[in-house]
Structure formats: structure tokens, C-alpha cells
Design a protein around this ligand. Structure first.
Ligand SMILES: Cc1ncc(COP(=O)(O)O)c(C=O)c1O
Length: 415
């Protein structure tokens, strides 16, 4: 046995040191929480929601996106829900949804009585594009929801052109893409309304769970406020009753106090993630079979996770075997990111409201309740890529170890 022997075959792994801790929350967040409690204790008033911290967080979040209006809510899933509800769509509307995304990025659609229609990904990509969306439009389509997966922006200009030509609102799911830039514009500012997740695994967080709805349109923001807080008559004359029926999906003062600190850290977090990704791409250049997937040259990746294209045709093994060998070398990575909510059983079997199959099965829908939406590009993209969760504390040592592990496994398995 020598240094070339793969760890899966009993050799020594490239890396034995533990992966660095992310350390997302520190003394500053703790201090912000303590100050909130101190103020509450001194005044005798419990802190609540819609108070000064939430107002400030919303204003600072909007300022980060270049101006507009932001409403903090309690998760990324509810941010998508509120963003869609603010469009005031009628039940049975078809909404184009992302092919690959978290279930929380699609489940709000049937919960609103609407029909999720997934557009396939662009070839070789985890993101959809205008051509794939156009192929799924019907006279029943009422909105387009896109997600910038892994932090790489969708090619938005053609999507926005298509949406404008059909008079369809565009919702951006930016859960994975805080601070990503498309042709000089931050994602979230491109479409009509945007949803962010601020749960603890995202670029910046408001605590364990959280989300933000952002729009530049003041009238739409009023609807956002209604939809996240039981239809309370924000923006209506004093004495107005609740404007609509809606859930209580509010964030709160504690979450927003943490979020304000986190927002100040976001530029540094992004810069470190981008540097890591760029260094890793450079370190992988000499490899024959693995390439870091980077954003197009006119975009800036937010690098929520990294994914790699694997040219398995030049290997003696399949992707799963390659990735298992890399993992055994002490490098955390996963063979797949095949989260396709619209192909999942809950969606295909219409498991939303009891056994009714609503909204798909309702005669008012008018579309085919049994429609099967094939996603060949999404499946093909996933078959040729693997992924790695990264964070801003990954640095030069991790770059070196990842590149060394890829090189070792490639050497052992090259055809
Ligand atoms: C693209 C996307 N949309 C929505 C969500 C749901 O966000 P949350 O987990 O905060 O509800 C996620 C979560 O990872 C996501 O990645």
C-alpha cells in the first residue's frame, strides 16, 4: 500500500483534519440579543414584532438591494408563499416553478390552490431558462417562479422579456443566492418580487429560521404586509378592517436584531466564499475529469454550494463511485442534488388537502390533472454533476486538500 492507494481501498485519506467550523453566530449577534433583552427588562415591555429592529432590518435589507421594501417573515418557504400571495392570483392559476429546488420553494403553490408546472433546466444547468419556461406556458399560466440554484443566477433577461410579452409577473426565489449578481444587478431586484431564506444554513441568517420578501414596488409591498400578517390593514385608512384572509407569518424583534448584525457581515461572507471558489477552480484546472461550475462571466456567483462537472466517460467508474472515493479521502461532498419537488410523490399524487386531489382535480382547473412534466435536462445535469457544501471559513488548506483528493481519485480511476 502506498500514498496512491485510495482510502476506499484501505489507503491513507488525503485529509484527516476536521472540516472548519462555520461559526456563523458570534459575540456581535449575542450582544444584539442581550441589548434587546436589556431594553425589554429596563422598560418592562416585552419585545414583539413589527418594532424598531424589524423596521431597521427591513430598511437595511432593502438598502443592500439598492432600495425598495423588505418584509421579514418566519422562513424561506413562507417568503415564497407570501411573495406569491402578494400577486393576488386566483385559485387554479398555473405557476411555472423551478425544476430543481427545495420543496419549500414549490409547496406554497398548491397550498394557495394553484397548480405548479415545472419548467425543465437549461441544458447542463440546475437553473431553468426562457426556452424551457416558454415550452410550459399555457393560457392558464399566471406567474413565473424561478430559483437561482446554488447561488448562480438564472439567465434572467430572456425570462423577463418572455414574462413581459405575456404580461406575467416574475418571482425570484433567492434563498440560495443572497448577493448574487446578474449583469450588474443583484438577484431579487430583477423580477417583480423576491423571496429569501434566512435560516441558519444560508448566507446570512436571522436565527434558526427566517425569510424576507423584497419588492421595489410600494403598492405590492402593501400586499406583502397583508399576506404576512392576517390581512392587517397596512396602508389603509385608520379604522379599516382586515383587508384579506392571511396567515401570521411574521418575523420578530429578536430575529431581526440578529439579522441586522448578519447583514453587515454578508459582504465579507460573500467575498470569502467567492475567493474560495475561485481558488478551487484554479487548483482544479490541471484535472482531466473534474471542473468547478462557475457563474457565466457577466454574473457573480453567491457560492451557496459548489457543484462540479464530472466527465465520467474518461473514468473507469461511475459518478457515485468517484464521489464515494472522494468522500473517503476526507472531503465532504454528495453525488446528487436531485431535489425535483414537482416529480416527488406528494406532488404527483396530489397530497395536499386530504384525499381530494385539490386543486388539480377540481373541474374549475381546466388543465390535465394527470399531466406528467418530464425534466430530462434536470436529470441529465444531475447525472453529470456532484456537489459540495462550502462556507466562508473554508480556505487555502481546504482548496489544497480538495484538489489533491480529486487528483488522487482521478489518477486511480482514469480510463
Ligand atoms: C431555493 C429554496 N427555496 C426555498 C427554500 C425554503 O427555505 P426555508 O428552509 O427557509 O423554509 C430553500 C431552503 O433551502 C431553498 O433552497
Amino acid at each position: 500500500m502506498n500514498a496512491q492507494t485510495l482510502a476506499v481501498d484501505g489507503g491513507s485519506p488525503v485529509r484527516t483534519a476536521p472540516w472548519p467550523q462555520r461559526r456563523l453566530f458570534g459575540e456581535e449577534e449575542k450582544q444584539a440579543a442581550i441589548e434587546l433583552f436589556d431594553r425589554s427588562i429596563a422598560s418592562g415591555e416585552a419585545f414583539g414584532y413589527n418594532g424598531p429592529e424589524e423596521e431597521a432590518y427591513g430598511a437595511e435589507f432593502a438598502a443592500y438591494l439598492g432600495g425598495g421594501h423588505a418584509d421579514a417573515v418566519n422562513s424561506g418557504t413562507t417568503a415564497v408563499y407570501v411573495a406569491l400571495r402578494a400577486l393576488e392570483l386566483e385559485p387554479f392559476s398555473e405557476i411555472i416553478v423551478p425544476p430543481i429546488t427545495d420543496p419549500g420553494g414549490v409547496m406554497p403553490v398548491p397550498l394557495m390552490g394553484c397548480i405548479p408546472v415545472p419548467a425543465d433546466t437549461a441544458p447542463g444547468s440546475y437553473n431553468t431558462d426562457a426556452a424551457r419556461i416558454a415550452a410550459r406556458l399555457t393560457p392558464r399560466t399566471r406567474a413565473i417562479l424561478v430559483a437561482h440554484i446554488a447561488g448562480i443566477p438564472c439567465d434572467m433577461d430572456p425570462i423577463l422579456d418572455l414574462a413581459r410579452a405575456r404580461n406575467l409577473p416574475v418571482v425570484e426565489d433567492c434563498a440560495q443566492a443572497h448577493g448574487a449578481v446578474y449583469r450588474g444587478r443583484k438577484v431579487g431586484t430583477l423580477g417583480d418580487i423576491a423571496a429569501f431564506s434566512t435560516m441558519f444554513g444560508k448566507h446570512h441568517a436571522t436565527g434558526g429560521q427566517g425569510g424576507v420578501v423584497f419588492t421595489r414596488d410600494a403598492a405590492r409591498y402593501q400586499k406583502v404586509r397583508w399576506m404576512s400578517d392576517r390581512g392587517k390593514p397596512f396602508g389603509l385608512p385608520p379604522g379599516s378592517g382586515n383587508a384579506v384572509a392571511a396567515l401570521n407569518l411574521n418575523s420578530d424583534e429578536l430575529a431581526c436584531a440578529i439579522g441586522r448584525v448578519q447583514l453587515r457581515k454578508l459582504p465579507g461572507i460573500l467575498a470569502r466564499r467567492r475567493r474560495f471558489a475561485a481558488d478551487l477552480a484554479r487548483a482544479c484546472q490541471a484535472l482531466q475529469t473534474v471542473r468547478v461550475v462557475e457563474a457565466p462571466p457577466d454574473c457573480e456567483n453567491a457560492c451557496w454550494f459548489l457543484f462540479f462537472r464530472l466527465d465520467a466517460a474518461r473514468l473507469r467508474v461511475d459518478k457515485a463511485t468517484f464521489v464515494a472515493a472522494v468522500k473517503a479521502e476526507g472531503i465532504p461532498c454528495e453525488a446528487t442534488y436531485l431535489h425535483t419537488p414537482a416529480l416527488a410523490d406528494w406532488c404527483r399524487q396530489h397530497r395536499v388537502f386530504g384525499d381530494s386531489g385539490f386543486p388539480w382535480t377540481d373541474p374549475q382547473y381546466g388543465g390535465d390533472p394527470q399531466a406528467v412534466y418530464e425534466l430530462p435536462n434536470a436529470l441529465a445535469a444531475d447525472a453529470t454533476h456532484f456537489r459540495m457544501g462550502i462556507h466562508e471559513n473554508c480556505g487555502a488548506a481546504e482548496v489544497a486538500d480538495i484538489a489533491a483528493a480529486f487528483a488522487k481519485v482521478e489518477r486511480a480511476y482514469r480510463a
